[in-house]
Write a protein that binds this ligand. Structure first.
Ligand code: ZN
Ligand code: ZN
Length: 355
């Protein structure tokens, strides 16, 4: 599989040129070795992961391409480029800073360091369509997430703090095999739940609060992402109305997904429902994002994204309604695009849970 990815990069390169991959997640994608300060160099004849002493043992075990130990990345990459008579090396403009570009220009004497090929875009488009193996890992991460939600429902009660609940969730996921948290856990209640990306604090969960939990696990380097909003105590009519509106927006948006749909059209399905229900201006973020090695990947379900969905894309659907100084509701599932529809890989219940 990694061989195929390397081949795709080679196709994009000109004769006598190489691609230097420096983005951490992309290095994992092209080597199989996760999380290091390494670099991957793809030339017409070779593909090499360069790592320093701290990672060499683990890299040799995990990497599917050649591994080289280095104590001076640019010097050793330069000598490989020279050996293979490379005249141009394409770099990733989104991860190579201006100061690093200057260092590269100096270190690669006689070799053109170029951003003319948009390596980032090429890689982004490759990574957008997940293989069966990648989807299996994301599903495993989501399975832990679903189980964590069932578990936490037995632990939530008025009187606990948001931070306590967040910690219990994270502890459960790690015990169940998660390699970390997919992103900083969001656990916000009452008025705090109107902040889409609120930080769990010492606020005590009170009777009558909505509690929004947004969290995910990591398996094999791949992430999951799910949000559920539950009610602690009895919801008001307004709370129930808002919840059911978000749920309708979410389920109808999911029902509209199939291969070949413009991402912005999926966003519109949910946004129209929320606006028609009287909440214009209360859904101030995009409907969803792709998930994989990174928590936010392309393409996005938002008002601008013209990309067409393709089978194998894994994208979240997460509408929300946020009423400042009152409360907020968000419901988020991950779906896998298929030829004629999509598979919802989030299994947790979505009808309003009252604790
Ligand atoms: Zn989320
Ligand atoms: Zn998300």
């Amino acid at each position: 599989m990694i061989e195929k990815r390397i081949e795709n990069i080679r196709k994009a390169l000109a004769d006598n040129s190489a691609g230097l991959i420096t983005n951490e997640s992309d290095c994992f994608y092209f080597s199989g070795f996760n999380r290091s300060e390494g670099m991957v160099l793809v030339t017409p004849d070779t593909a090499t992961l360069f790592v320093d002493f701290r990672y060499i043992e683990a890299a040799k075990k995990a990497s599917k391409i050649d591994v080289r130990l280095t104590d001076n990345f640019f010097r050793d990459i330069y000598s490989l480029l020279k050996n293979e008579s490379i005249t141009t090396v394409f770099v990733q403009s989104e991860s190579v800073t201006l100061s690093k570009k200057k260092l590269l220009d100096e270190a690669f004497d006689g070799i053109h360091v170029s951003t003319d090929i948009n390596l980032d875009k090429i890689i982004r488009e490759m990574r957008a369509v997940k293989s069966a193996e990648e989807i299996a890992l994301i599903k495993s991460a989501q399975d832990i997430t679903d189980r964590a939600f069932s578990y936490i429902l037995t632990k939530i009660n008025a009187g606990k703090t948001e931070r306590e609940i967040a910690l219990e969730l994270e502890l459960f996921m790690k015990k169940e095999g998660s390699e970390g948290v997919a992103f900083d856990t969001i656990c916000v209640s009452g008025e705090n739940s109107s902040k889409p990306h609120g930080i769990p604090g010492n606020k005590i969960i009170e009777d009558g609060d909505f509690l929004t939990l947004d969290f995910g696990a990591i398996v094999g380097g791949y992430r999951s992402d799910m949000t559920r909003t539950v009610c602690v105590g009895k919801p008001t009519d307004k709370m129930t109305y808002v919840y059911n509106t978000v749920l309708k927006a979410q389920t109808e948006a999911i029902a509209s997904v199939k291969s070949g749909v413009a991402c912005k059209c999926v966003d519109k399905v949910a946004r129209d429902i929320i606006e028609t229900a009287g909440f214009k201006g209360c859904f101030g973020h995009g409907l969803g994002h792709s998930v994989g090695i990174d928590i936010h990947e392309s393409p996005y379900f938002n008002t601008r994204c013209e990309a067409l969905t393709k089978p194998g894309m894994v994208i979240t659907v997460e509408p929300g309604i946020y009423l400042q100084n009152e409360f907020g509701v968000r419901i988020e599932d991950m779906i896998v695009v298929t030829e004629n529809g999509c598979e919802d890989i989030t299994k947790s219940n979505k009808s309003l849970v009252i604790i």
